[in-house]
Ligand binder design. Structure first.
Ligand SMILES: Nc1ncnc2c1ncn2[C@@H]1O[C@H](COP(=O)(O)OP(=O)(O)OP(=O)(O)O)[C@@H](O)[C@H]1O
Length: 258
């Protein structure tokens, strides 16, 4: 299938802080049905690009479109309402909520019964809560976390917390899934499981973008890879093409591979 019609695109994206250019007029296209990798050395601009795509940062120049519609000016919440969700480089779970409740937050936008339900339970509210709970249990199970629903985040090791955050990102069946260093803190076997899960999630209508320093993961699950350096794209292509690119080898893979 040609996923370009369902792509998330950025054209001429430029972002600077206090005169320092962080993104230098980037053109990117993240296609449905593909896993796109975004790699590059520390400080290259990968997270800043994610922040522009989700609306947390407003680029000074350029345009972002999804399904051909402009997203510029939309808040992060409005973009999330369109199914554009992300996970964070640093795990951001609510410490006082259980694992299940943290994941249910990912589908909270499907909850319409309102706060009154907390005091006067309604049929609608009860049904919505049950559906949210079932969705959260399904997402946890998909990430191999069944049985941990009632734990608090403080009771889980860092690798599992990252998986909980990914469960929260996928529970609402996003249209665009932006994962910022999903394998950070995972051990080898958790990373392998995550790779299988991400490949399984990569359906023909999902746009998935992964920022990651784990080259084995990037090279084995991504269909296409963008390489950033100092806010500019220095290469884009299949894992094989990127591996063979001498500029990439020089600036990045040569230093950090394996
Ligand atoms: N809010 C901000 N204010 C000032 N500078 C910022 C801000 N956000 C990012 N930067 C700068 O932008 C540059 C790119 O940072 P960014 O986090 O996007 O890089 P990265 O490629 O994701 O790096 P890493 O792999 O280390 O996460 C860095 O020099 C960073 O200091």
């Amino acid at each position: 299938m040609d996923g370009t019609a369902n792509a998330l695109t950025g054209r001429g994206l430029a972002l600077s802080f206090g005169g320092i250019e962080v993104l230098k007029g980037l053109d990117v296209e993240f296609r449905a049905g593909e896993i796109t990798g975004l790699i590059g050395p520390n400080g290259a601009g990968k997270t800043s690009l994610f922040n522009c795509l989700t609306g947390a940062y407003r680029p000074q120049k350029g345009a972002i479109t999804y399904l051909g519609h402009a997203l510029d000016g939309l808040s992060p919440a409005a973009r999330a309402g369109k199914g554009i969700v992300r996970s964070f480089q640093h795990v951001a779970l609510s410490p006082d909520l259980s694992v299940l409740e943290n994941v249910m937050i990912g589908v909270a936008r499907n909850y319409h019964a309102g706060w009154l339900h907390a005091f006067l339970p309604t049929r609608r509210g009860t049904d919505e809560m049950a559906a949210m709970r079932a969705a959260a249990e399904g997402a946890l199970s998909e990430l191999g976390l069944a049985g941990l629903e009632h734990k608090l985040p403080s009771e889980l090791p860092p690798g599992m917390l990252r998986l909980v955050e990914i469960a929260r990102a996928i529970v609402g069946q996003p249209a665009v899934l932006l994962l910022d260093e999903p394998a950070a803190g995972l051990n080898n076997s958790e990373t392998r499981d995550l790779m299988r899960t991400l490949r399984k999630l990569a359906t023909s209508d999902l746009v998935m973008v992964v920022v990651e320093h784990d080259m084995d993961l990037v090279m084995s699950i991504c269909d296409r890879i963008y390489v950033l350096n100092f806010g500019a794209i220095v290469a884009c292509g299949s894992p094989q093409e990127v591996r063979a690119n001498q500029e990439v080898v020089r600036i990045y893979l040569g230093d950090d591979d394996d």
